[in-house]
Structures are given as C-alpha cells and as structure tokens.
Design a protein around this ligand. Structure first.
Ligand code: NAD
Length: 504
C-alpha cells in the first residue's frame, strides 16, 4: 500500500465528520510496526475559519441551554464513555503504542474529570449580598467565555483533552480541540460520543493540524482562551502569543521529575515504584520519574534492585497478548532523540547500567522500541540531566544528604512533579513545605491529583495562572460578572448626587 492509499483522518466540524480539502496531511504511524497507517489532515486557513465559525454558532446555542439540560447531556456522555471505553483504549494503543491497560488507565483518569463536571451546577454558583448598601443588593454570576481552544500533546490523546473539555463544556463554552497530529483518532471518537450524548453541533469541534491550526486559534479574536499541554518551548510560545492577543491562557509544559530516596526508605517499595514510574508508558508521561536522587548509602543496593526488576520487564506491541509491560515510543525520530541523550550521558562520564539502545522486538523489528535504560552517576551538569528526555530512561544521581537533594530539585527549571520516599513523617512534612514543585508524592511516585483538586506544575512546567480541572478549571472557563442592583422602594427617592458611589 502506498502512503496515498491509506485512510484519511479528517476534522469534526458542525456535528459531523469533515474530510479535509486542504491538500496537506501528515502520516500517522503504528509505533509497534513502524508502518504508516493513515494520513491525518492538516487544516488550512479556510478550515480553521470554518471550525471557529461553527464553534461560535455552537456556543450561542449551548450557552442558552438550561443547567438541567446541559447536565443531562454530560450525564449521557459519562454513561456512554463508561460503557464503551474499551473501544477508545484500542484506538489509543493503535496510534500511541502504549499497552491497552495503560490506555484504559488514562481514560479512567479522564473520566474522573467528566464525573467532576457532571456536578457543575454547584461549581458555577455565584454569590449574593443583600443590602450591601441601603436598599442595594450586590451579586456575582459566572458566565462562560465563548469559544475556547484546547491544544493537546501526543502522550495522552484522551486524558489530556479530558482535563479541560468536560469542564469547559459544562460551564457553557464551545470547544475547538486541536489534537496531536501523531495520534489524532481518539479526539474524533470522543466527538462521536458527544454527538450521541446529545451535544448540539458546534459545541465540540476537532480541528486536525499543525502549527498553522495552532496559530489560527491563537490569532482568531473569536477564540477567548487557550489551554495547552506539550513541551516547554511551545508552551512558552503559546502563553506569550495568546496573552499578547488578549486571551486567557494556561500552558502546561515539560518536566523532569525527581524521586528523593532517604536512607530509611523501604528499598523494595522504592525499586518497584521507580520501575513503574520510570518505565510505564515507555517514560512518555509528564509525571514519569526521570531521576532517582539516592541519599547515600542506598545507591548501590537500590540500583541492584532496580536492575533486577528491569530484567523481568517484557517489551512488545501494546495490543499483544499476554500484555507486555511496555510498548514502543511514538516515532522513529523520538527514539533517536532518546538514544542521543543516553549517548550524551555516556560521553559526560555517566555509567550505563542497563542499556536500552538497539533493542529489537521479535515480529516487530521495525517498531519504535527502546529498552528500559538505567544510568548511574549522571553529572548534574550534563544535558542528559538538565533536559527532559521523555523516554524509558531512569537516571540515578547520588547525593550525600536530604538538603543536597532538595537543593538539586529546587534549582531545576521544571517544577511539575516530585516524590519523596521515606518512613520519616517529619522529613516528608518538611519536604512538602520547602520543595518548589506543583505536585508532590509522599511514598507515591506519580502524584496526579484527583479531579476535585487541580493539576499543574510550577516554573517552566506551567505558564499562566490556572491549573487544569478542579475548582481552578471552573475559574478558568468562566468569567465573573458583578451586579449592583437597586429596586426602589416607592417610599424612597435617590435624589441628585454627582459624587463617586459610596455605601451607606
Ligand atoms: P509538543 O510541544 O511537540 O506538541 C504539543 C502540541 O503542540 C501538539 O498539538 C502539536 O501539534 C503542537 N505544536 C508542536 N509544535 C508546534 C509549534 N512549533 N507551534 C505551534 N504548535 C506546535 O509536545 P508533544 O511531543 O506532543 O508532547 C510531549 C511533551 O508534552 C513533553 O514535553 C511532556 O512533558 C509534555 N506534557 C506535559 C504535561 C503536563 O501536564 N505538564 C502533560 C503531558 C505532556
């Protein structure tokens, strides 16, 4: 089959599939086989305009729906998702490569946000003060923004969009989602589900594309806000451009998450969790553990335990049975990038304890596989330490004290997640207080907050003022209006007063 014979993945505009006529496409690979399996549309300006105009019409309809009607659509969406999520997991595995149980894991975490959003009437309540001044009541109401843009990364094609769109839609907005061009089909499946749940046309739009589509959302005055998740340089670009254009913006970026292991920790628990959090989803998680900071004298014993566990990991196609522990990386280019960081660490004097470069999987020789890799004594000046690798590479840095570990974490430019492993409650409490990171695990390696707390990092892991979902999500997707009202008592008269209003 030549590339042009492959299926076309188009947009979802105005409540239905919309094949692209832009003439621009990108290949979508099956990462397990390395073969292209479809071509995804890359929107041109006409398609971007069409998507945003349809979303604006969708907003006008949807924002007029009563809370009760909106809530019934959200409940229907939740029920459909819950009943049919297996279909979505298969789509994710086919295009992303992660194992099916992990794809299901991301859907369940996204579903939590849908469930949070079904309770939206409570979160959209305003406030009322009677008699703020004599005869005057003051109240505030929360209204939707309008058309909101969501731009998502490849690594969670369902969960990351679900961090935002259930909340945005519940609050009365219309969403234009620009998924990653590397795994674009999950978004279309979700669009079909919304239609089945009764969401009016135009309220959920999928615009496939690249930088042109992103810039289209950033520059169109109809788009009121942008929620972005991806790498730090693009997050910063999104933040600056959207803000310059007067939009509300939250842009979540990259990460380099450290696990600080104190000498009193249970090293078997630590080794299990380091392997789970370092190699799950082949390390393509923004909350993956990338660095183990071992407070001496634990490093040798811990490295031995992690190496033992790595030897037992099965790597293969995400859809294989029995299910492997870990699937491939997303693309051949990404695999080359991950390998280049291992080369850099080696050149900078680190010790490669387990080397995943050059791994091949029988029957999937052309797949984008990279074996679990463990590197010891990584110099903290090496780019392999200071930059995000985003692959199954766990780096060990040996430190002599708790303080040295904290200093290293706090001096980094990212601040997404971190974890401490210890049995000392006082140390854990001190850690949570002084660490400069947005999400912290205490003996928990991937501390992704539940839906009713908010998700987001500090420093270069989040540009903007609002985290995703939770109460902050509702704040982001609504704007408040304050109303000062006087209904005249027939017995009173205002009279003339040119002074600035004062309360009495
Ligand atoms: P990416 O930055 O390459 O792409 C993200 C989105 O931006 C995609 O939709 C892509 O089409 C678009 N994009 C890419 N280049 C662009 C450009 N020059 N101009 C405008 N838009 C552009 O990220 P990715 O490789 O898809 O995802 C992996 C990254 O996402 C990692 O850095 C990871 O840490 C990060 N991530 C962060 C979080 C978080 O919560 N902080 C969560 C998931 C992923």
């Amino acid at each position: 089959m030549t590339t042009t014979d492959l299926p076309h993945i188009g947009h979802w505009i105005d409540g239905g599939h919309r094949p692209s006529t832009s003439g621009r496409t990108a290949p979508v690979f099956n990462p397990a086989t390395g073969a292209p399996q479809a071509n995804v549309a890359l929107a041109d300006q006409a398609e971007i305009d069409e998507a945003i105009a349809s979303a604006q019409r969708g907003f006008e309809t949807w924002s007029g729906y009563s809370i009760a009607k909106r809530q019934s659509v959200l409940f229907a969406f939740r029920e459909l998702l819950n009943a049919r999520k297996g279909e979505l997991a298969e789509i994710i595995t086919r295009e992303h490569g992660k194992v099916v149980s992990d794809a299901m894991g991301e859907i369940l975490r996204g579903q939590e946000v849908v469930e949070l959003a079904t309770g939206f009437p409570h979160l959209l309540k305003g406030a009322f003060n009677e008699n703020a001044s004599t005869g005057i009541d003051v109240y505030s109401i929360k209204q939707p923004l309008g058309v909101v843009g969501i731009i998502s990364p490849f690594n969670f094609p369902a969960m990351v969009p679900m961090w935002f769109f259930p909340v945005a839609i519940a609050a009365g907005n219309a969403v234009v989602l620009k998924p990653s061009e590397k795994d674009p089909s999950a978004a279309l499946w979700l669009a079909e589900l919304w239609a089945e749940a009764g969401l009016p046309a135009g309220v959920f739009t999928v615009l496939q594309g690249d930088k042109l589509a992103v810039d289209g959302l950033l520059n169109d005055p109809v788009v009121q806000s942008v929620s972005f998740v991806g790498s730090t340089p693009i997050a910063q670009y999104i933040y600056e451009t959207a803000a310059k254009n007067g939009k509300r913006v939250q842009a979540l970026g990259g990460a380099k998450n450290h696990m600080l292991v104190l000498p009193d920790a249970d090293l078997d628990l630590v080794a299990d969790q380091a392997v789970n959090a370092g190699y799950g989803a082949a390390g393509e998680r923004c909350m993956a553990i990338s660095v183990v900071l071992a407070v001496e004298p634990v490093a040798n014993e811990l490295i031995a335990k992690i190496s033992e566990r790595i030897a037992g990991l099965r790597i293969g196609a995400g859809s294989a049975t029995p299910e492997p522990h870990m699937g491939p990386l997303i693309t051949a280019e990404h695999r080359a990038k991950v390998a280049s960081y291992v080369d850099i660490a080696e050149a900078d004097g680190a010790e490669i304890v387990v080397d995943g470069r050059g791994l091949t999987v029988a029957g999937c020789e052309d797949g984008f596989f990279f074996g679990p890799t463990l590197i010891d004594r990584v110099p903290t000046t090496s780019r392999a330490y200071t930059e995000e690798i985003f692959g199954p590479v766990l780096e060990v840095v040996r430190v002599s004290s708790y303080e040295e570990g904290v200093e290293l974490i706090n001096s980094g430019r990212f601040g997404n997640g971190t974890a401490i492993f210890t049995n000392d409650g006082g140390a854990a409490r001190r850690f949570q207080h002084e660490i400069q990171v947005g999400m912290i695990g205490i003996n928990v390696p991937i501390p992704v907050p539940v839906a009713y707390h908010s998700f987001g990092g500090w420093k270069q892991s989040l540009f903007g003022d609002a985290k995703a979902y939770g109460v902050q999500g509702f704040e982001f997707f609504t704007r408040e209006k304050a109303i000062t009202s006087r209904w005249l008592d027939p017995a009173t008269h205002g009279g003339i007063n040119l002074g600035f209003p004062q309360n009495d």
